[in-house]
Design a protein around this ligand. Sequence first.
Ligand code: GAF
Length: 392
Amino acid sequence: MSPSERAAQLFAEAHDRAPDAVFSAPGRVNLIGEHTDYNDGFVLPFALPHRVAVAIGHREDRVLAATTLGDDGQLHTADEAAIEELAPGSHTGWAAFPAGVAWALREAGYPVAGADLTIVGEVPTGAGLSSSHALQCAIALALLDRAGFPQDSPEAPSLARVARLVQISENDFVGAPTGLLDQTASLRCVEAHVLFHDVRSGESEQVPFDPRGAGLELLAIDTRAKHSHSESGYGDRRKGCERAAELLSVKALRDVSVDELPAALDALPEELRPLVRHAVTENDRVLRTVELLRADRYAEVGPLLDASHTSLRDDYRVSCAELDLAAASAKSAGALGARMIGGGFGGSAIALINTADRDAVEQAVLRAFAEQNLAEPRIFTAVPSAGAGRDR
Ligand code: GAF
């Protein structure tokens, strides 16, 4: 049963009526372009087939009541929230996601109505695959729809605007200083493509992405090392980049080219140099990856993934032992390239492999984790899938 069907079923059981609508949104993999989004740079994500579904039904009392099916198979109910009383700090834990989105929409002037929400997700949580953004994007579309702004109406906010509202919810209500990558991916990706997105201009291009057609696969390796964006590691790096941009008198690190990098590094204090080196070279790697994909030279993307991992590990310092092990063990069994994805400090890695090497790579990764007495990673082929939308 799909998450949408399950959400509709659980909603009906809980409320004795069918939901008014069901929306869902996917998790994401970012092929390359990590920690570039808040530097006004480029990203290249695609949507996963794994989705979070939200069944919604109207309530007359302007109260938001959310229930989620937890990883433990149990239903968890958030404290009911009067929409007028929502304020940063009023909700914590997973309940902050629905409450934060309702708050951000209300603050932006949308007449958010009271609603019962039943949430069912299949995006692994804490795995760096953007389950929380999938949840927030599905809720945003559901609440906007019920507020009289369905996506197919001329009055509906653009998906770029919805992404920004979800970012406001995440930054100012949930308290995680994340950029625009994940919401944009969840809302705007389409099947069989990567989304080449310029965060500064908001312009996007859907670039066909069919590794299978090239005899390749992109494996996702969820290391099960849990990560969180609200902890200081992410925010500290972001602040470091902003400080460096200020010292270099540019709006954002996006404005520094690879040619200008040596001079920029010379002008900066020692501690900021690795951050800048990562942000500038990673942005360039996105552009080079897009060129290769456009030319169907998929296998040549491998070394760029490796370089991205090295840069994230050594310069940006957001990797961890499990992510390094995932990348190294995949490579040792023949992966063409491998890297950590997402914010880091845990979560998932990806490996670009020849389809013929699938078993060998999977076994090598599982063996490496077992040898180190680490939890068994969850490994699956990441297939570029559809973005968020209404399912029923
Ligand atoms: C997390 C954040 F949510 C994104 O905005 C992005 O910065 C990413 O880490 C790193 O590229 O997923």
